[in-house]
Design a protein around this ligand. Structure first.
Ligand code: 6MZ
Length: 346
């Protein structure tokens, strides 16, 4: 590893946009493939390697394949444990994982046991002393419509009350070309009203302008991607004004947007626009397994593409602490950690 990469690796980091099943590493994928040889799935079918790009539609086909490999409580526990340890190895000190609860009739997996398996993995890692604070966001897959969204919010609420602060909010994700946020508004309002935080994928593709206007009225606590919100990308100034007025942080996923072809090149990434505005932006991985990246690489990419100095990179990682969903006490603990680490790094 060169000196430059060491800096990014050692940098303490916060990861706020990581889909569990998109984050499965090559090593874990090998374990899963061995558990289910009859599926005839090979590792290269579940990851998009260096220099490769696929359409977003093709990315969603990859998730379907991974879901076939991860369909028991044991699988969920394995992937959650491995993903948490990998983020910790990458010096991520605080992680908000998100995942869509699924039921699988064939294996007896229920949505409730799905969430329980993730929570058990988080608790086990904590017990084992893995140096990372992990929280969970329950994901709504937009293609499943109103009723399922409502059920998901109910489930999240139950776990928010019973998990000792591990379940903090809701993620709205899934194929942006399928379904409409309009149908999901009642569920999202219910979530907000019961105290769940909202991180919503918004304007990941260009056809979502009207939906973004609707969702911004909630308003969400964080925005996933937000690629097409600003006027230069076909969005609008009123949308930008609203994001700025409510100070809603953007979760930025560089490699994901390039490999999924929603952004033509790194230098044209919307990070530039929002960063220059001084708006809170958090560098994230999205799907580190599928897109073959890690958070250190994403920081390094942001720095090299947008000419950020080490001080600016440090500030970016430190400011991410302000955007977490956990409360003030956790933020203070993390800030303390950053203060202790800084003299050895800069
Ligand atoms: C929107 C995405 C996504 O929930 O099974 N997901 N949704 N845009 C993206 N950009 C690339 N990447 C992942 O993890 C996989 C699921 O996360 C969402 C999709 O719903 C996908 O099926 P979980 O852990």
């Amino acid at each position: 590893m060169d000196d430059d990469s060491v800096f990014y690796k050692k940098l303490p980091k916060v990861e706020l946009h990581a889909h569990l099943n998109g984050s499965v590493s090559a090593q874990t994928m090998e374990k899963l493939i061995q558990r289910k040889p009859h599926l005839n799935i090979e590792r290269n079918m579940t990851a998009i390697g260096k220099g490769q790009r696929r359409s977003l539609d093709e990315c969603f086909e990859v998730f379907k394949l991974i879901h076939k490999l991860v369909d028991t409580e044991e699988d969920i526990h394995t992937v959650a444990t491995d993903v948490i340890k990998e983020f910790a190895d990458d010096n991520v000190k605080y992680l908000e994982l998100r995942s869509t609860p699924r039921e699988e009739k064939g294996t007896g997996l229920t949505k409730k046991s799905y969430v329980e398996a993730v929570i058990k993995a988080i608790q086990q890692c904590k017990y084992d002393g893995v140096d990372i604070d992990v929280r969970f966001l329950v994901a709504i897959d937009r293609r499943n419509g109103t009723e399922v969204a409502m059920e998901t919010v109910k489930l999240a609420e139950e776990f928010m009350l019973s998990s000792g602060g591990l379940v903090l909010g809701i993620d709205l994700s899934g194929d942006p070309k399928v379904g409409h946020g309009r149908c999901l508004l009642p569920a999202l309002e219910k979530a907000r009203n019961c105290g769940l935080k909202l991180s919503l994928h918004m304007s990941e593709v260009s056809s979502q302008l009207e939906e973004s206007e609707l969702l911004l009225n909630l308003p969400p606590d964080r925005i996933g991607h937000g690629t097409f919100l600003h006027p230069e990308m076909g969005g609008s100034q009123p949308l930008v004004d609203q994001v700025v007025k409510h100070n809603i942080p953007l979760e930025i996923c560089l490699t994901s947007n390039i490999k999924g072809k929603t952004v033509p090149s790194y230098s044209q990434h919307h990070f530039r626009y929002w960063y220059q505005l001084g708006h809170p932006c958090v560098i994230c991985t999205d799907d580190k397994g599928v897109f073959c990246t890690d958070l250190s690489q994403e920081y390094q990419l942001a720095a090299s593409t947008f000419s950020l100095s080490p001080d600016a990179v440090w500030e970016l990682s430190e400011r991410a602490v302000d955007c977490i969903f956990a409360g003030e006490a956790v933020k203070q603990q993390l800030k303390q950690k950053w203060t202790e680490i800084k003299p050895g790094l800069l």
